[in-house]
Every structure is written in C-alpha cells, then in structure tokens.
Design a protein around this ligand. Structure first.
Ligand code: C2O
Ligand code: CU
Length: 485
C-alpha cells in the first residue's frame, strides 16, 4: 500500500513536471515567434520605406552664396507707423531664399544684434554641424561675429529658418525667412507663391510688446498675438488670372498660434489640394481645409482658379476657433483667361503606409508636462519632458538606417506642436488608435491629454533637438535631444 502511495505521488509530480515543462516550452516558443515576427515586421517596414526620401544629398557642383545680416530695423506694418523689429537683410519676413535641388547653399551670416544668435534651417536635413542649435551643434554666434552655414539640401520643398537662441524673443521680433528648394515641377505652375503667416503682440504704440515669456504665456499656449500678418502685411493680396494654376506655400512662423486655414466663406470657397506637408510631397493629394498649421508647419497647396472666376476674391481664413474667424490674405482674380497648366499632382507615391507599425511597440516615450519653479504668484513655470527641463534631459538614441518608434504623451492641458530636427516622421497612432496620415511631418500638434505615436527611419546622423515649437514652452524647458547613430 505504502509503495503504491509513493508511486502515485511520484506519478502525480511527474505529470505536473511534464505539464509545467510543456507550458514553459510553448510559452518560450511563442515568445521566440513573437520576437522573430517583430523582427520580420521591422525589416518589412524598412523595406516599405525604401527611397521614400534620399539618404544622401546629390551635389551638382553649383554653389549659391548669400550674405545674410541680422540687425535692428524698422518696418511698416500699419500705414504710416514704423514698428521696430529685428530683421534678416532688413526685411520681415527675411529674404525668400530659393535654390535648386542639388545646389549647395552657402550663407555668410553676420550677427549685428545685441544678443547671441544662431540660425536653424527648419525641416532641412542638413549635416548636424549646420543645424544651428547652441550648445548641441555649435557655439552661439556673439554680437558682431560671423558664421558660415553651408549645406546641400537632400529634399526639395518649403522650409524656413529662424534663430535658436532666445527664439521666443528673436522670432517674435521678426527674425525668420523662407528657404525654397526647387525641383522641376515648380516652374510648371502659373505662379509659385509663399505666404508667411505670423502673429505679433503689439502695443497701442504699434511696437512689439517686449515682455517675453510672461507667466501668463507660459501657463497657457505661449504668446498669441493681437495682429496677424501674411508676408509682413495686414492685407496680403495675390493677383491671379482665371485658369491659372498656382502653387501656394503656407508657412506658420508664429511663436505659438495654431491656424486652421481654409479658403473662403460661403460662395468664396476655392477648391485646393494639399500636395506637400512640412516640405515633403504627400502620398496622394487631398482636400485643403482640415489640416492645422501649427507653429513650424508648412502646407503646400495646388489651386486652379476657376475659368469663370473673373472679378472674384478668394479669402484665406483661419477657422481654428469657429467663433473667432481670422482673415489672413486673399487671391483677387482679374484679367484674361490663362491657359491652365496640365500635369498630374506632384505627389510621392513612395511614402510608406506603415500600416502595422503600431505592432512594433514604442521604443521611447516622452511625457510632456509643466511644473512650478517657486511659490511666487503667479509662479514661474517650467515645461518638462519626462520631468526634466532643458538643458537637463534624458539622452536617447535612434538607430541609424532603422525604423524607430516614439510616443508623445501630453499630460498637460495645453497644446504642444512637437518638432524634431533633421528627421521626418509619420504619425502611426493617436490615443492608441492607428492612423495613416498620407504624409511625413517634422512637426506634429499634440492636443491636451492626447498621446501620439510616431515612426521614423533615421537617415541623418548626429544630435538633433526635439522640442515644442510653442517657443515660450521651448524656452521654458520643453526640449530634449536625440542622437542618431
Ligand atoms: Cu523651427 Cu528647433 O525649430
Ligand atoms: Cu508646448
């Protein structure tokens, strides 16, 4: 009896042991399958990217050399009143620099401002040393000093440039300009036009309010102004003929204001297609009117002026806040019927869908929030990424030539248009739900409490700033650095 009992007990343990072994074994096996499945998925997504944009610049030997000076100046925004500004080459916006894809841009820059400065070329994939981030890619340029920025852009499109030192003050005072890298398609349009949208906080004396980074601005969505200009004017008008096909490039250089631009009220609706976002051609053109233009963003649209539109006006409005519509600029149609250039929308069908990218999981999460620095009333606010305020930050590495995923979690109640230097990314999910935006971006607006997942193929080595483009938030700490290697 006793032996039987022991035997039975042993059998019992043996069975448990075998079951346990099978359990662990299959578990391990499925984990292995899972891991190798992920690896396959990575490879597949990297393949899908292939040539969506180029790895290297293709220099054609031509150099475009420009002298650029930043200095104090005055411009006329309002009739008869001079507004004191800081300007590139005595203009606000600064000069519209145009080069052709393949050319090298050489900018001999001189700082005649009373402060240190640098220039960052927003959206341009430049060699890291040309990226203009003080303390990360170069020392700040002191008053009276010069610096040469030199690079061959890798992508055609609409880009812009601005200081990266005290940018909440320097950009607000007027330091920004547009860089267009032209390709073969541009000249096929009847007109190729840039509208630089900016807002200012001006006092009754029509001067820039010089209280920067106020606690009020910091507690909210940064410095929203009381005057909006397009190309430095209160009423920018573009003259067009019926039948013309126009490439219109919208750039938001405002410190903090987000626009939702669209054409027209009521009968003035003009059909326009978005062909590029943040400089890069979209996968397929889509209707203009529902995409926000957050600080830093660009939207290029393709417009055909209707043949019967002679005498009409098409007004570009901002309807972000429906009860407070802003008029931005207008197209006035006059003259004889023009021949409509006939060609396919210039799109980039190679933009990957990356539909399953969400299955990869998230390599790095960035939590966005604010904290008070002291008990003053109102308190000084710091904007943080993972509880650190720049220049304190968590170093993070993106793997070169590999797909990388990251997530912004907005734990705050404010807006954060997050901008990553030197890279383009795709939004793959919002609040955990997969989305497939048919385009790349370099700046993505994150709404309060929202989480946004992104994927990118890192093709540009170096240390790249990653920050909120509400410049007050960035100045108050909302910046980090990622290294691609
Ligand atoms: Cu347009 Cu780091 O910025
Ligand atoms: Cu922000």
């Amino acid at each position: 009896m006793y032996y039987l009992k022991v035997l039975r007990r042993n059998w019992f343990f043996l069975i448990i042991f075998i079951l346990g072994f099978l359990f662990v074994f299959t578990k391990q096996k499925s984990a292995d399958n899972y891991q190798s499945g992920l690896k396959d998925l990575r490879v597949q997504l990297e393949k899908e990217f292939k040539n969506a944009y180029s790895k290297d610049a293709d220099f054609n030997g031509e150099i475009v050399e420009i002298n650029l000076i930043a200095s104090l100046d005055e411009i006329e925004i309002f009739d008869g009143a001079k507004t004191k500004v800081w300007a590139y080459n005595r203009k606000v916006p600064g000069p519209e620099i145009r080069i052709k894809l393949g050319q090298k841009l050489k900018i001999n820059f001189t700082n005649n401002l009373p402060q240190e400065t640098t220039i960052h070329f927003h959206g341009v994939r430049v060699p890291n040393a040309m990226d203009g981030v003080p303390g990360v890619t170069q020392p700040p340029i002191k008053p009276g000093e010069s610096f040469v920025y030199e690079f061959v852009p890798k992508d055609p499109g609409t880009f812009w440039f601005h200081p990266h030192v005290r940018s909440s003050e320097q950009v607000e005072r007027g330091l920004f300009g547009v860089l267009i890298v032209e390709d073969e398609i541009d000249k096929m349009y009847s007109q190729d036009i840039v509208w630089v949208i900016d807002d200012w906080r001006l006092g009754k004396d029509k001067q820039v309010d010089d209280r920067f980074n106020t606690p009020m601005d910091l507690m909210h969505d940064g410095r929203w102004g009381n005057v909006i200009t397009v190309n430095g004017k209160l009423e920018e008008v573009l003259s067009a003929r019926p039948g013309e096909r126009i490439r219109l490039r919208l750039v938001n250089t405002s410190n903090a204001r987000v626009y939702l631009p669209t054409f027209g009220k009521d009968d003035n609706i003009l059909k326009a297609k978005i062909i590029a976002v943040d400089g890069m051609y979209v996968k397929k053109e889509f209707d203009f009117g529902d995409l926000e233009l957050a600080p830093g963003n660009r939207i290029d649209i393709d417009i055909i002026i209707p043949k019967n539109a002679k005498g009409k006006e098409f007004i570009l409005i901002d309807r972000l806040i429906p009860e407070r519509i802003n008029t931005l600029a207008k197209i006035k149609v006059s003259g004889d019927l023009a021949k409509t250039p006939n060609f396919e929308y210039p799109v980039n069908t190679l933009v990957p869908n990356w539909e399953n990218a969400v299955l990869l999981g998230i390599d790095k999460e960035y939590r966005l929030n604010a904290r008070r620095k002291n008990n003053k009333m109102p308190p000084d606010i710091e904007w943080t990424i993972n509880d650190k305020a720049y220049p304190d930050y968590d170093a993070f590495v993106f793997k070169y030539d590999k797909i990388n995923t990251f997530r912004f979690v907005n734990e705050s109640a404010r807006l954060h248009p997050m901008h990553l230097h030197g890279q383009f990314f795709k939004v793959i999910a919002r609040n955990g739900k997969p989305v497939n935006e048919p385009f790349f971006r370099d700046t993505v607006l994150i709404y309060p409490r929202e989480s946004v997942d992104l994927a990118l193929l890192a093709l540009d080595k170096g240390k790249w700033a990653n920050h909120c483009h509400i410049l007050e938030h960035a100045e108050a700490g909302m910046m980090t650095v990622v290294e691609v290697k």
